[in-house]
Design a protein around this ligand. Structure first.
Ligand code: ATP
Length: 368
């Protein structure tokens, strides 16, 4: 029938039990193909073709015609309890099979240390794999999460990894006034605007970065459409901390002849639209990536999207349209540091962000 990697009697009984549970769970969750036969409709669930007893127990499952791996992912929250599992980790194998790991407990419960390495360490997924992206490969990003969800800690880890890289410069706006304090006097300081005492400082910084981007594009050799990142021309990471809050303050200062919020929006739009080829990467941070602030254009430009705990399913769907509803609902109760990540070519995934510590550890890492 199929490979069983524990050949004792107990193993045989377990395998049979798992097959029965799988069939019932798939029937209950409607993960079945219905075929009309002479004796009436017949229900056929995806077929288990291999079982490796764990923990974690791994099933290799052949999908029925018309099914996609994403169908199993979507229904996993309904199937898992009936397989006596906390959850299922589903990975496609080719087009017709999936590997289903039965998880005893949330694999993201433990803290993940920030690990040094070539790419930026952005988190660890449910299979234990670290999500690393080389700085040059990082697309524009948007990160949301309600208060105490772990957004700041994730930002601290990102900045700690960028602060000492000779091929990266940090720029941007921090209306809270805390993020840039440890970078005072550093090589990044010229491009950082902090606090709200002088809201115009944020526009000046963004205008300077846009001017730098224009210079870089103007200087592109005839045979290139993207700049070569070098120590002389490092990547420019434009971090927009609490971007909606900044825009609210600027919009409140709007007068008949002056609209600073519109100008800042226009500068950020230019960075998003043209920055990638000039070595500019934008990271938008918000409690909620509300449509009035992070509109369709901004979302389309930010292909890395990270959501820490959100207050409701609709907030999750702002950045992860098409996420399984059960996953989006469960994310409203996520622990601090646990996020959903969407990026091109990958299904939405749960990760645990690396933990660098609190503000003192961040300040020490950035200043070191
Ligand atoms: N990756 C993580 N691993 C473990 N614990 C974490 C992680 N991220 C955050 N925490 C815990 O959650 C707390 C809140 O995190 P953080 O300050 O980053 O939230 P926040 O979303 O930025 O909230 P606020 O908007 O209020 O600043 C931290 O003090 C820490 O105890």
């Amino acid at each position: 029938m199929f490979g069983r990697h524990r050949h004792d009697r107990e193993g045989e009984a377990l395998v049979e039990q798992l097959v029965t549970m799988w069939v019932r769970a798939c029937e209950g969750a409607s993960l079945v193909r219905v075929v009309d036969t002479v004796s009436g409709p017949t229900i056929i669930p995806p077929k288990i073709v291999d079982i490796t007893l764990g923990p974690p127990t791994i099933l290799v499952v052949e999908l029925q015609p018309g099914m996609l791996p994403a169908d199993v992912v979507d229904l996993a929250p309904r199937i898992a309890p009936h397989m006596d599992a906390w959850g299922l980790h589903v990975e496609p194998i080719g087009h017709r099979h999936v590997r289903v790991a039965l998880l005893d407990s949330d694999p993201l419960t433990g803290t993940v240390p920030l690990l040094a390495g070539a790419g930026l360490h952005l988190g660890r997924d449910e299979s234990g794999a670290d999500l690393r992206i080389a700085p040059a490969d990082l697309p524009h990003a948007v990160c949301q999460g309600v208060t105490r969800s772990g957004k700041s800690v994730w930002t601290y880890s990102l900045l700690a990894q960028l602060a000492h890289r000779p091929d990266a410069l940090i720029a941007g706006c921090d209306p809270t006034g805390l993020l840039w304090r440890p970078l005072a006097g550093s090589r990044h300081a010229d491009r950082l605007a902090s606090g709200l005492v002088d809201p115009g400082a944020h526009e000046k910084v963004l205008a300077a970065v846009v001017a730098e981007m224009d210079d870089r594009i103007r200087d592109l050799p005839a045979d290139r459409d993207t700049i070569a990142v070098s120590l002389g021309r490092p990547l420019l990471f434009v971090i927009l901390e609490e971007y909606p809050g900044l825009l609210r303050v600027l919009d409140a200062a709007k007068t008949r002849g002056d609209d600073p919020g519109a100008r800042v929006r226009a500068l950020v739009s230019r960075l998003l639209a043209e920055g990638a080829k000039a070595g500019v990467r934008v990271v938008i941070l918000a409690q909620r990536a509300e449509a009035s602030v992070v509109g369709a254009f901004e979302r389309a430009m930010c292909s890395l999207r990270i959501s820490f705990r959100c207050d409701n399913r609709a907030s999750v769907e702002l950045l992860h349209p098409g996420a399984p509803p059960a996953l989006a609902d469960a994310h409203t109760a996520a622990l601090p540091g646990i996020a959903l990540v969407s990026r091109p070519g990958h299904p939405v995934a749960r990760i645990r962000a690396p933990y660098i510590g609190g503000y003192p550890e961040f300040a020490a890492a950035v200043a070191a």
